[in-house]
Design a protein around this ligand. Structure first.
Ligand code: ARG
Ligand code: GLU
Length: 718
């Protein structure tokens, strides 16, 4: 008994002592800096973030809203993932010049390709502004009113806080509404494509290897930031010049070894590390399985068609990859949460929390938060499940239904905001639908719809579904819709949208596809949305209180980091292997040998180009190899999530050693519960990137533009 308690104490202590956590760069100086140094870091917190001097944060812009990137030369050369630049690489590709397939390399500035619409955003300043955001809100007890006042305060501050006229103000909440932070940012709008490896390198292993270790993907692409003559952000112009950054990363070819310090700097999107046990239970037992089941069915249908038909294969490639990405992540996440006993660990944590509440005499403030969570999550369960089914079946995975849903929203815009708003949206839709229909195949979608409606009718809580839907022969209905609805092709859609608002609404309401979607959407809007929103608002308020209690009552060494919210964060750890299951151990580095082991000639996921095979056979790795082998990927204990794609992996001295792009399958639950034993992020070794640029693509001038360093060698010779 006593031993067990000691063991538990040890486990929880070592959980704290190990890493995990995504920290705010301006607040590293306290505990993080010490811990980072104990893990091997040789820099100071000020080297990472400094408001007054240039620091590392000046080299890490967010890439086009969703990914991260880093500046790696004095001339604005920018590195990010292949899957982050995918859309741009695709947009410059034609059948004759397929850069996705063959790769693309500009051999000088003039050959770089502009990408209208693509932006990168730097952080200039980070400052706590909680008091101002919460001004005059403490007295409001109605949650909706309180949130409204907070939003009003934020809008006012956004307009009044000082900044230069080419900069932007942004205010984001941290710790579920317990802290607000102000960011000043600069957004560059002339971002040109410099280079991309062929998909056989940049996307090697594709969906089969996605979220999987051991991995062998060269998931990188290169861009360049351009600025006006004053080095400020500007729209694309041929007169723009390469941006001179305040800081750029030296690139280290010293390589990594197990237990080396690593740090990842980027823009993690969303985590939920402080959910109560009841919420995690719901996610594991109900919500994730529901979403997985829907996507499973959709993917099986699409895959069947893609395997038989090359045109469909191309049409559905990107769509399939994006649906499969989170499908696979949720499966891993669910397994990981179960295996790591996340629910029980949360229950233990909650018990401990309640003891602390009692000991601190804080029952009035926090005594009921957990029981209210229990009740509220029970109450929201059927609504949350219905919502996920609706989103996955109607809005996301049956294309015809999702098209119909957009028209349903268009109708709502007319009734709520009038004709002008209607016409604007209509024009937008007509333009956007062109792209969507290019990659639409009615035969595929009809089969998807048949399967997904069956799931929807039998699995989504019946009490919220329209009666006539549940009682229908769905197969017959699907077939009828695909025979008669104008939504099955772009011309039909344009016909539906032809004329003034009244005419359009009339035509839509005669269309079998639209009428069907409208029936489902109206039931959802009426039976699910209001109650879901009401209960969800309550959960948000409870989460804020719970978080406040955790912050207040935890010992100061407890490492309570704020959940990810797409703002700049630092996570750090070590290069480390892991044991995913009994008797299995994965070492932390993969090599080009592994690419050759996985090679399947002609396969769309595992093909390898002759050029790479030749370089491999000649062992022509230049200065990038290590004992006759070429490192490709490595893993570490850095706590990352979606949005960290393209983030720099940095060594103890501040040099670039890798490029983050994924996590390991067993550790994808780290968005909800980080288990240091099995959560690992996956990075491309920067030496593989340099090798591909130099030896494979023959673009050595790009490597020459970088500052290549070798800190380990220097240390030895000194
Ligand atoms: N899993 C990585 C991420 O979440 C890579 C996704 C892109 N690759 C793919 N095969 N779908 O974004
Ligand atoms: N591939 C992810 C992204 O696009 C990063 C991997 C992760 O979620 O950890 O951001």
């Amino acid at each position: 008994m006593k031993f067990l308690r000691l063991l538990l104490l040890f486990i929880s202590f070592s959980t704290f002592a190990q890493q995990g956590g995504m920290w705010i760069p301006s607040l590293l100086e306290g505990m993080n800096e010490k811990e980072m140094k104990s893990l091997g870091m040789k820099m100071s917190a000020k080297d990472i973030y400094d408001v007054n001097k240039s620091s590392m944060k000046d080299a890490v812009p967010q890439f086009n809203g969703g990914c991260t990137s880093e500046v790696i030369s004095s001339k604005g050369l920018l590195l990010t993932n292949h899957h982050c630049g995918y859309g741009q690489i695709q947009s410059h590709s034609t059948v004759e010049n397929d850069y996705l397939e063959k790769g693309f390399w500009a051999m000088n500035l003039a050959e770089e390709l502009p990408n209208p619409g693509v932006v990168v955003t730097f952080i200039v300043k980070i400052e706590d502004i909680t008091a101002k955001v919460l001004e005059n809100t403490q007295s409001l007890s109605n949650e909706a009113e309180k949130q409204k006042k907070i939003q009003d305060n934020i809008s006012a501050l956004n307009n009044s806080l000082p900044k230069e006229n080419w900069q932007e103000n942004k205010i984001r909440t941290f710790y579920d509404g317990n802290q607000y932070i102000w960011f000043v940012t600069e957004t560059f709008k002339d971002v040109r494509l410099v280079g991309a490896p062929p998909s056989s390198i940049g996307k090697f292993g594709s969906d089969t290897d996605n979220w999987v270790w051991p991995r062998h993907t060269g998931d990188f692409s290169l861009f360049r930031i351009y600025a006006d003559k004053n080095n400020r952000p500007a729209e694309y112009s041929k007169d723009n010049v390469p941006y001179t950054p305040k800081h750029y990363f030296p690139v280290s070819i010293s390589g990594v070894q197990e237990n080396d310090f690593t740090m990842v700097f980027g823009y993690p999107g969303r985590t939920q590390e402080y959910l109560p046990a009841v919420a995690v239970e719901q996610l594991v037992n109900e919500l994730n399985p529901a979403k997985i089941e829907v996507r499973d069915a959709a993917l099986k249908v699409q895959d069947g068609f893609m395997r038989k038909d090359k045109a469909i294969k191309i049409q559905y490639a990107a769509k399939y990859a994006s649906v499969a990405n989170y499908w696979k992540k949720w499966i891993g996440e669910t397994k990981g949460l179960k295996k790591s006993n996340a629910v029980q660990i949360k229950r233990d944590f909650e018990k401990d929390f309640m003891t602390k509440v009692t000991n601190a005499g804080k029952q009035a403030e926090y005594g009921n938060v957990l029981s209210e969570f229990e009740a509220n999550y029970k109450a929201i369960a059927p609504y949350a499940l219905s919502r996920d089914y609706f989103i996955e079946v109607v809005m996301r995975n049956t294309e015809l239904l999702s098209f119909g849903y957009r028209l349903y929203q268009l109708e709502t815009i007319y009734t709520t905001r009038g004709e002008k708003a209607f016409n604007d949206r209509k024009a937008n839709l007509i333009e956007g639908f062109d792209e969507l229909y290019k990659d639409f195949n009615a035969n595929v979608d009809e089969k998807v719809m048949e399967q997904l409606l069956e799931i929807y009718a039998t699995k989504s809580p019946k009490e919220f579904l329209p009666q006539e839907f549940v009682n229908q022969d769905l197969k017959a209905k699907t077939s009828e819709i695909f025979k008669t609805s104008k939504l099955t092709n772009y011309n039909g859609l344009k016909e539906l949208l032809n004329g003034d608002a009244k005419t359009v609404l009339e035509s839509m309401n005669k269309d079998s596809g639209f009428v069907f979607v409208k029936m489902l959407a109206e039931a959802y809007t009426k039976n699910v949305v209001p109650k879901y929103e009401e209960l969800n608002l309550k959960n948000t308020a409870l989460q804020r209180t719970y978080m406040k209690g955790i912050l207040e009552l935890s010992p100061k060494e407890a490492r309570i980091f704020p959940d990810a919210n797409s703002t700049l964060r630092v996570t750090y750890g070590k290069v480390k292997g892991y044991a995913p299951s009994d008797a299995v151990y994965y070492s932390p580095v993969t090599y080009l040998d592994g690419v050759m082991e996985k090679y399947i000639p002609g396969d769309y996921e595992f093909d390898v180009s002759q050029k790479l095979i030749d370089l491999y056979n000649k062992k022509d790795f230049g200065i990038y190899g290590e004992n006759g082998k070429l490192p490709v990927n490595f893993i570490g204990t850095n706590h990352t999530t979606g949005g960290n794609s393209g983030s720099p992996a940095i060594d103890a001295y501040g040099n670039l050693i890798g490029l983050n792009f994924d996590r390991v399958w067993e550790g994808t639950m780290s968005d909800i519960y980080y288990d240091p034993a099995i959560c690992r992020n996956i990075m491309v070794d920067v030496r593989y990137i340099l090798f591909v640029i130099d030896k494979y693509a023959g673009a050595k001038y790009l490597v020459d533009e970088m500052k290549v360093v070798h800190p380990k060698k220097k240390k030895k010779t000194k």
